[in-house]
Design a protein. Structure first.
Length: 311
């Protein structure tokens, strides 16, 4: 069994079904002490250096080259040129399920061609448990930090489905917060961001990208293709906004935090999101991994105070 690195959302059902262990390289970035010199986005540059310097061990890498991250295309090629076998995976911008299924079939061939479809159901059962946790978060019964810690790992299920399912238990009950907020955009590169937001009375009732990891799935290739073709980060901004409006309303949020990453093309979407979403919006731009900077803490505190003054 080999370890297959992934640079963004790749159906973990397929990697497990082909007898391998997925490893989301992004989940190792926030706690990394790596400081790459040659970079645009610190997310992709950090995992690039960790892979090239063998501080993160994978047998091959699946690069999501068409979809949610543009910088991964260049940094993924640098990893490939450094000697790690790489496969490039593309999502359909228009949601075409035939295209999606063709990409999935190419991935299966890259992974060896043998598919154990029982793994589809195993991953599905884990996601059902995850959905229960998500509902507890919506109801305010667990903290956003606890929910995020678990849900962000649904991109790879920590490489071990049974062991991961045993971890799907929140650490503690959530104390009621003053405000409910939605966190949209890429996940913060700061490892304590959710805890800091909570310290200012904000319950993060929605994490956009981890919820994508959780909600997509299926028990056959056709079902997986139909589901993953709806991955919002790889679709048009209009499609994503329609989905966001429904989820934010369902979670009854008081405001929205839009996290953006330095040198990320998603930053260009900020003004469109602000015009479309009928909520107070705080835009936070991060750069290097680590703890939440004091300047960002001050902005979160001010946003919480502003929500307290809202009618």
């Amino acid at each position: 069994m080999s370890t297959v690195g992934i640079t963004a959302l790749v159906p973990p059902e397929l990697i497990f079904a082909c007898g391998h262990m997925p490893l989301d390289v992004n989940n190792h970035v926030p706690s990394s002490a790596e400081h790459p010199v040659s970079k645009l986005c610190a997310w992709t540059a950090t995992w690039r250096e960790m892979l090239l310097q063998k501080r993160l061990q994978v047998d091959s890498l699946v690069v999501v080259a068409g979809g949610d991250c543009h910088n991964a295309l260049a940094d993924g090629q640098r990893v490939a040129l450094g000697g790690i076998p790489a496969h490039f995976f593309f999502y359909p911008f228009d949601g075409d399920t035939d295209y999606m299924e063709a990409q999935m079939q190419r991935l299966v061939l890259h992974l060896g061609g043998e598919v154990d479809k029982a793994k589809f159901r195993e991953v599905g059962l884990a996601k059902e448990l995850g959905m229960r946790l998500e509902q507890m978060r919506i109801e305010g019964r667990i903290s956003g930090a606890d929910a995020f810690r678990i849900l962000i790992s649904f991109s790879d299920l920590c490489g071990d489905i049974p062991a991961f399912m045993e971890q799907l238990v929140p650490e503690k009950r959530h104390e009621e917060a003053k405000f409910r907020v939605g966190l949209i955009g890429v996940p913060p590169i700061y490892k304590d961001f959710h805890e800091v937001a909570e310290s200012f009375g904000m319950h993060i009732a929605y994490d956009e990208l981890p919820y994508e990891f959780l909600r997509l799935g299926g028990n056959s290739m056709a079902e997986l293709a139909k589901s993953y073709a709806g991955y919002t980060f790889a679709r048009s901004l209009g499609y994503r906004l329609d989905f966001l409006e429904r989820e934010l309303a369902r979670r009854r949020v008081d405001g929205v935090i839009h996290y953006t990453q330095f040198a990320c093309h998603h930053l260009l979407e900020d003004d469109v999101l602000r015009r479309r979403l009928d909520y107070p919006v705080l835009t936070v731009q991060g750069d290097m991994p680590g703890s939440t900077p004091e300047q960002v803490k001050l902005r979160l505190e001010a946003f919480s105070e502003m929500l307290g003054r809202a009618p």
